[in-house]
Design a binder for this molecule. Structure first.
Ligand code: TLP
Length: 353
């Protein structure tokens, strides 16, 4: 049986061009700064996100954690959204390993933070009151359904934080998707934040890796955090080579994923038992709620999987589909058919493209 895996864009495989680049990559000891391919990737990444320098890390979690540890002193609070990936899916690492308590404020419908909430959350400097170390934003916003925040929204939060001397970190795991949606360059989305983490291993299809970017002195200090976390590598050029191909070749095609996600969402929204806010379908993620009480979400996932369709869950009745490079238009059509077979009991006509 053919498997259509829409759980995440992290399931993407390296392209043939990436594999060729990996096989012929020039390498050296990256811990001594001697891997020419890693150096090239870091320079390219920094330029593409409009920052002075960048550091290659094995994962998005390590990129975010390195940022938290570099920006903050032990005991400082990190302000973040209650629906953020940092809060839900990163093992509470900043708190567990860095002694950084999380100060949670509500995420808006599109993953935005209200600047007034941020202002109220930043602590006064007083004995006994925990200092505020950092404000974190996320773009695109995973649990909100791949939604995008604009440069104006980012700047409004950054201005409030900076007025109080607090830096801002952007979890931009899918920042290239956000830029594609808005028709802007990534630097326009990062200019008012102090650091940004983005992933090569999601929609961009590289097998491994993320980058943390920011001012040169910040990245120099972040390298110490990466080393402490065990994330400093040796001949990492072998994997960084795929990252270069990801940045040079895979960014332009992201709108294809956005179009397929939209097409899928519009059809899904018409099926019984599904509540889907089409306004939030902006990039490659489709988040929706299973409102048909006859279905338990786990049972639905099982019924879909039995027909070859894999999707993921946000917990509760909220489910997620992610469009990505590995899936053809015909497979999206088949995915819709499977949904229809399961929820309605009969195959739906293949939608017009
Ligand atoms: N997101 C993954 C996992 O949560 C399963 C996914 O499938 O969406 N920030 C954001 C916004 C992310 O979505 C992710 C990964 C990360 C950070 C962490 O990246 P990795 O998994 O490379 O450590």
């Amino acid at each position: 049986m053919e498997i259509i895996d829409l759980r995440s864009d992290t399931v993407t495989h390296p392209t043939p061009e990436m594999r060729r680049a990996m096989a012929s990559a020039e390498v050296g000891d990256d811990q001594s700064g001697e891997d020419p391919t890693v150096n090239r990737l870091e320079a390219l990444a920094a330029r593409m996100v409009g920052k002075e320098a960048a550091m290659y890390v094995p994962s998005g979690v390590m990129g975010n954690l390195s940022a938290l540890l570099t920006h903050c002193q032990r005991g400082a609070e990190v302000i973040m959204g209650d629906e953020s990936h940092l809060f839900h899916y990163e093992s509470g690492a900043g708190a567990a390993l860095g002694g950084l308590p999380y100060h949670i404020i509500p995420n808006g419908r599109f993953g935005e933070l209200d600047p007034d909430d941020v202002r109220r959350a930043i602590r006064p400097e007083r004995n006994g009151v925990p200092p505020t170390g950092l404000v974190c934003l996320e773009n695109t916003h995973n649990r909100r359904g791949g939604t995008v925040i604009t440069p104006i929204q980012i700047r409004a939060v950054a201005d409030v934080a900076h007025e109080r001397g607090v830096p801002v970190h952007l979890d931009g795991a899918r920042i290239f998707n956000a830029a594609a949606y808005l028709g802007l360059s990534v630097p326009e989305l990062t200019e008012s934040v102090d650091s940004v983490q983005f992933c090569l291993s999601k929609g961009l299809s590289a097998p491994v890796g993320s980058l943390l970017a920011g001012p040169a002195d910040f990245i120099q200090r972040a390298r110490k955090a990466r080393k402490m976390l065990g994330g400093a590598m040796r001949q990492a050029g072998v994997i960084a080579a795929a990252g270069i191909v990801a940045l040079e070749r895979m960014v332009e095609r992201l709108p294809e994923d956005h179009r397929e996600a939209r097409r899928l969402a519009e059809r899904l929204a018409q099926l019984p038992g599904i509540r889907l806010d089409l306004d939030t379908v902006q990039t490659n993620i489709v988040a929706f709620e299973l409102v048909d009480e006859r279905w338990q979400p786990e049972e639905l996932l099982k019924a879909l999987a039995a027909r070859g369709l894999r999707i993921s869950s946000f917990g509760g009745r909220r489910l997620r589909i992610v469009a990505h490079h590995g899936i053809s238009s015909e497979q999206y059509d088949r995915a819709l058919e499977i949904f229809s077979e399961v929820l309605v009991g009969a195959p739906s006509p293949v939608p017009a493209r």
